[in-house]
Write a new protein. Structure first.
Length: 708
């Protein structure tokens, strides 16, 4: 196909839309966003293709019937039929428009004007020729008939004048009327010339013409003495009195536009909605209206018109009717009919019309008294904002469109965060909580529940909570400190499931008292079981590193070194080394890497010797002296499988317990057990050193002496 033939084909397509399109945008409409679906007008009343021939006035909708030979007046609120009006020639109705209180429409052979007088329609006048592209001022009706612009008296239908274009010209734009002038654009396909006309509405005298107009200039809008029209990829502005070009703005190819008191809105096929200042043509904002599917691909198509009200811009995308704030471009609402794509048709003070799949949908301000409801289906059982699980997911089902706030409560019942999700659609919704409180700080470990605060479009409120649906903020990865027995349940008496070696990576699924439920891989199979918390190293909520009192020594990483081996060598803990060196526990060490070993003097001190008493075990002795079982085994060359005997002398470590002190400042998420694990000591030792009541909570900022 040649470029010229393609442009002609596109021209006929745009012209066809222009022929049947009504005045879509009612810029003075003050329709608010709190509308709800009120009526559905089905195909029994009207065919889908005839929705673009719909007109509205106050609470009445005027539409052709399914055969398009009769106009039906419907009450928008009750859907009751007020009256029907049949054409005298039985021909298909091509266009319906409201002009100064009259319903004007045309068929293939005639043009009619009728008036709604309540329970019936009164015929005002009939013309024996067809018209389209209707426009009017206070006294006259103007329209196109073949190659003529016709002016008739709006009340009587008496013809005032006719203006004919040349045989080579075709009228390709709408008729725009303002300030005593009438404007339109013609296209001469033979000579490849386009022309814009300005006529005097009283006499039809040509006031000016200009050839500076584009093939794609099919729409004219008159505002404040200026003419706005679309070119192929630009928005042009003309002086309405002279026809001179005042300026242009590059938009993008194939765009639609509307104008209100301050702004020009352009919907482009690049997936963006643009807003330009009407006077300066400077871009005020642009927003991506196109939905993303499969994580990347843009659905950058939009059917239907742009509908502009005082506060909102409404467009269709991906089957939804999207509302945008006229001042900021922010998305305010998405109207969704599950499984039924629809598009906006027009907005009035009282209602919004949308269409789709053979139906016309009437949205009106919500007035019902039924409270909204939400069913919280699932929440993340456990997550950590520090270990790759960035958010707790919430899936819930709304009984109706509603404004949704979710209050996140900790175990003491305190609300730590209010998540304001704004207006959400009826049906399933999927949202996240990032594990932070209202000030943006990560919350402490523990259980959290979610309280739903709902408010529907009619103002009905409902508060809902399901205490059984909760999430746990805690570590989700861990490493076994030593060879560990995995139990089938959270009990020492439970059956043994498996034995896993030291430094086995596990995923924490749940916890109960002193136990973690974990999953791990063994022999290419995944298992779930329970291990003691004391046998697992976890990356807890990060704490600031407390400077050690003693001098530190530096260890150079050798082949085969692991954090566990280094910690055992120096009688410290993995967490201390991680904190002192700001390590990522998930990354391997590098040979030659320098590691600071905190709190360990370079010089040695006299060893401590313990005499084994009745009831002693290696674990009890290690806890007493703040060291590890492996350190005692290595220092005394013990066989850990053989029992100790009373009176046996054991070398404990190179420092005497209690001679070195570290001050720890309590942070969010700290517990005595975690602090004891961090410094390789016991809860009892910390409690006694600080005269603590173990039943009372620690306070953030509290300073604790850590005995070593």
């Amino acid at each position: 196909m040649s470029k010229r033939s393609f442009m002609v084909l596109i021209g006929f397509f745009l012209f066809g839309l222009f022929l049947i399109g009504p005045t879509i945008s009612l810029a003075e409409s003050n329709l608010q966003v709190n509308v709800d679906l009120k009526q559905t007008i089905t195909t029994d009343t009207v065919s889908n293709g005839n929705y673009l021939r719909t007109a509205v006035d106050k609470n009445t909708i005027y539409i052709p019937d399914k055969q398009a030979t009769m106009i039906t007046a419907l009450d928008a609120e009750t859907k009751s039929i007020k009256w029907k009006f049949s054409t005298s020639d039985g021909e298909e109705i091509r266009q319906i428009t409201l002009q100064n209180g009259l319903i004007v429409f045309s068929t293939a052979n005639k043009t009619f004007a009728i008036k709604d007088i309540g329970k019936e329609a009164a015929l005002q006048w009939t013309l024996n020729y067809s018209g389209y592209s209707f426009s009017s001022d206070s006294s006259n009706l103007y329209f196109v008939s073949n190659k003529n612009i016709v002016a008739v008296n709006l009340t009587t239908g008496i013809q005032k004048w006719t203006f004919s274009v040349s045989q080579r010209e075709g009228i390709q734009s709408n008729i725009a009327v303002g300030n005593g002038k009438l404007y339109f654009v013609t296209d001469n396909q033979i000579d490849m010339v386009r022309k814009m006309y300005a006529l005097d509405t009283a006499t039809s005298q040509v006031l000016w013409t200009t050839n500076t107009v584009d093939y794609y200039s099919t729409k004219l809008v008159i505002k404040d003495g200026k003419i706005y029209t679309n070119w192929y990829a630009d928005l042009y502005v003309y002086d309405a009195n002279k026809g001179t070009v005042l300026g242009k703005t590059a938009v993008t190819t194939n765009f639609m536009f509307e104008v209100n008191a301050n702004t020009v809105f352009a919907k482009a096929n690049d997936g963006y909605l643009y807003a330009y200042d009407k006077e300066t043509r400077v871009l005020r904002w642009k927003t991506l209206y196109a939905d993303r599917v499969d994580g990347a691909r843009l659905v950058n198509t939009s059917s239907g018109p742009i509908v502009v009200t005082q506060n909102y811009v409404l467009i269709e995308n991906n089957g939804k009717v999207k509302w945008y704030d006229v001042n900021t471009g922010s998305l305010v609402r998405e109207l969704i009919i599950p499984g039924l794509p629809h598009q906006p048709v027009m907005a009035t003070e009282n209602f919004l019309l949308t269409s789709g799949y053979g139906n016309l949908y009437v949205y009106m301000p919500a007035t019902d008294t039924i409270k909204p409801n939400a069913f919280l289906d699932t929440v993340s059982k456990r997550f950590s904002p520090y270990e790759g699980s960035q958010a707790a997911s919430l899936s819930f089902n709304l009984s109706k469109d509603a404004y949704v706030k979710v209050h996140v409560k900790n175990e003491s019942g305190k609300v730590v965060r209010v998540l304001d999700y704004g207006l959400l659609n009826q049906g399933w919704n999927y949202k996240n909580w990032d594990g932070k409180d209202q000030s943006g700080v990560e919350v402490s470990t523990g259980f959290y529940t979610f309280v739903f605060q709902l408010k529907d479009l009619a103002g009905n409120e409902q508060w809902l909570e399901d205490p059984a649906k909760r999430t746990m903020v805690g570590d989700i990865f861990g490493t076994t400190i030593k060879e560990t027995t995995v139990k089938k349940a959270a009990s020492l008496n439970a059956g043994q499931m498996s034995i896993i070696p030291a430094e086995t990576k596990v995923t924490i699924l749940d916890e109960s008292g002193d136990w973690y439920q974990v999953s791990f891989w063994q022999n290419s199979l995944e298992y779930n079981g329970w291990v003691l918390k004391s046998e697992l190293f976890t990356r807890s909520i990060p704490q600031p590193v407390v400077p050690p009192v003693n001098n530190s020594i530096v260890h150079t990483v050798q082949s085969g070194d692991t954090l566990w081996k280094i910690a055992q060598k120096y009688g410290t803990t993995i967490q201390e080394i991680v904190d002192a060196n700001q390590l990522d526990i998930n990354k391997p060490l590098n040979i030659g890497q320098k590691l600071m070993i905190p709190g360990k003097a370079a010089e040695t001190t006299p060893a401590v010797v313990h005499t084994v008493q009745s009831g002693d075990t290696l674990w009890k002795i290690a806890q007493k002296y703040g060291t590890t079982i492996q350190t005692i085994v290595d220092l005394n060359k013990l066989d850990p499988n053989k029992p100790l005997y009373i009176g046996q002398k054991l070398t404990i470590s190179d420092s005497t317990p209690g001679t070195d002190l570290v001050i720890h400042i309590v942070q969010s998420g700290d517990t005595l057990w975690k602090i004891a694990q961090k410094y390789g000591t016991t809860v009892d030792a910390i409690t006694k050193a600080n005269n603590l009541d173990p039943a009372k909570y620690l306070e953030i900022g509290q300073k604790l002496t850590i005995p070593r």
